[in-house]
Write a protein that binds this ligand. Structure first.
Ligand code: TYD
Ligand code: MG
Length: 517
């Protein structure tokens, strides 16, 4: 095939240049030129994301009269992946799997390839058992021998799947596409987009132009042949490696594998899914034989130690539609000279600094001269505002050196005035907490003023941080659970006395006992 022409196209104004330059001569923007293959007009039209699934006719039709697109799904054999994909891989779809280098993308995909080849539906999968088929695994990162080594480590070499997986160490997309067209696998894995190139472009592998052109060609192949393509893309923590980011609008689904490389738990999240919801997350654990599905994800991120020291509070977060209980840990220590340290891992450090200020001004928890450290157990990284309250309680607990009861869970966003604000899905979070054995929950007062009724858990609705701290840690000078009557808190902040079972108090905070409607 004759080499196609390429131009350097400005991403800001669209002007095409023959050579790369740092600044676009037309609009003056810097670093906006991206090498692009000059396409024939009709070739360009074919590469739409819906080319395979949409109705081809140009004439508008009434919505009611349209035929629904039929979605066949191929189960990957790994329930958590199928769950995130919405039931399995859709033939002809393109999935981008992003994640930091070394997080486990290749491992997960090799396991998925074996599942696709074997064709057994996993227990959790909604899709029926498939017949299985061939899978082509193109790797530009490792040699074929290294893939084989990994497969044997994962225990994938026995039985049928190994014969049905072909591995090719190729980095030219034209060659990979050719191989896929010949072999007609049900799925093609390209590991990774940063290591493949097209011959028509001069830029190095991983440059924006290369990444985009490679993805376009793979997409064309996927749509034209009904082969599902999974593309691996490395993303660094700060997202500076823009390569895969530029693909997100092209592909059908974007999955992200997240977690701390040094920890064992991994979250698989869909940030985009044309064939399912983005509400689902999959939870995995990196074990000796690859990534294993976690049996009870709700409790996976709770610390398992028996040690119950001050500074630890359970929070309930929502990952999509899945409630997860997480342990928020805080350590407050007298600071040395200079400005005090504020370190957060898994939580937003700026958010923590703000909460430290609110605690000092609105709740009498002065941390101004203390070093403050906070951490989410299990290497999880979350930006759920519902974790504000557990973090504040953990900080208060650490400062006062008084533990928070182990069966207590806290949920709520904290405002600048020290008020607690409701977060979405409180009842779902509470139900999961109750299921996992939590017996008390501190939550914000709802906008309607009623309390979520969840059986098995006593709900304490607190209007503000001060009340919540008293309920969880105790008053400034007294044992945990006792009313803070000595600090002269305003009447509406006055908390109720010790919890009486099924005895809702007329005072604030409102309480609802077990099993109340
Ligand atoms: P890998 O899948 O190569 O990451 P990526 O493709 O995202 O760059 O994962 C490599 C890491 O996984 C490596 O640190 C070792 C670890 N690992 C296990 O702990 N157990 C296993 O069975 C395998 C295959 C890898
Ligand atoms: Mg890899």
């Amino acid at each position: 095939m004759a080499r196609q022409q390429s131009r350097y196209v400005c991403q800001s104004c669209g002007a095409a240049h023959l050579r790369w330059e740092g600044q676009c001569r037309t609009c003056g923007s810097w670093n906006t030129l991206v090498e692009t293959v000059v396409r024939e007009p009709d070739a360009r039209r074919r590469v739409g994301p819906h080319a395979a699934t949409a109705d081809r006719s140009d004439a508008p039709q009434s919505l009611g009269g349209l035929r629904e697109a039929e979605l066949v799904r191929i189960p990957t054999g790994i329930g958590e992946i199928d769950r995130v994909l919405g039931g399995g891989l859709v033939p002809g779809s393109v999935v981008l799997l992003g994640g930091e280098p070394g997080i486990g993308k290749s491992t997960l995909l090799l396991q998925a390839a074996a599942g696709l080849a074997a064709g057994t539906a996993s227990g959790g999968s909604a899709a029926g058992a498939g017949a299985g088929g061939n899978v082509l695994y193109a790797t530009g990162e490792e040699s074929a021998g290294q893939v084989r080594l990994r497969a044997s480590r994962l225990g994938l070499l026995e039985g049928v799947p190994a014969d049905r997986i072909s591995v090719v160490a190729a980095s030219e997309v034209g060659r990979i596409v050719e191989l896929a067209r010949e072999a007609r696998p049900i799925a093609l894995v390209v590991d990774s987009i940063q290591t493949v190139t097209v011959d028509d472009l001069e830029g190095p592998a991983g440059s924006v132009g290369q990444v985009r052109e490679c993805a376009l060609r793979l997409m064309e192949m996927a749509k034209g042949n009904g082969i599902a393509v999974i593309i691996v893309g490395h993303v660094t923590k700060d997202g500076t490696l823009a390569g895969p980011k530029t693909l997100e609008h092209l592909v059908d689904a974007v999955l992200n594998l997240e977690g701390e490389r040094t920890a064992t738990l991994r979250l698989l999240r869909a940030t985009k899914n044309r064939f399912g919801s983005t509400e689902e997350v999959g939870v995995f654990e990196m074990a000796e034989h690859g990534l294993a599905e976690v049996a009870d994800p709700g409790r996976a991120f709770l610390a398992t130690t028996d040690e119950h020291a001050p500074g630890s509070v359970a929070g309930a977060t929502l990952e999509g539609s899945r409630p997860l209980l997480v342990e928020v840990q805080a350590l407050v220590a007298p600071g040395g000279y200079g400005s005090p340290r504020r370190t957060a891992s898994g939580l937003d450090a700026n958010r923590m600094a703000l909460l430290v200020a609110v605690l000092g001004r609105r709740a009498g928890i002065g941390l101004g001269s203390h070093d403050v450290y906070a951490n989410l157990a299990g290497g999880l990284e979350l930006d759920d505002p519902g974790l504000d309250l557990p973090l504040c309680l953990a900080l208060a607990s650490s400062l006062r050196d008084r533990p928070v009861p182990r069966d207590l869970v806290a949920i709520g966003e904290v405002g600048l005035l020290g008020e607690l604000r409701p977060v979405p899905g409180i009842e779902r979070r509470l139900r999961e907490a109750a299921r996992l054995g939590f017996r008390r929950a501190v939550v914000p007062v709802s906008r309607r003023g009623d309390l979520p009724g969840v059986s098995g858990i006593e709900v304490i609705a607190a209007p503000n941080l001060r009340t919540a701290i008293t309920a969880a840690v105790g008053a400034a000078h007294g044992p945990a659970g006792e009313a803070d009557r000595t600090t002269g808190a305003p009447a509406e902040e006055m908390p109720a006395g010790p919890v009486a079972e099924n005895g809702p108090s007329s005072q604030s905070p409102a309480r609802r006992g077990r099993g109340a409607p």
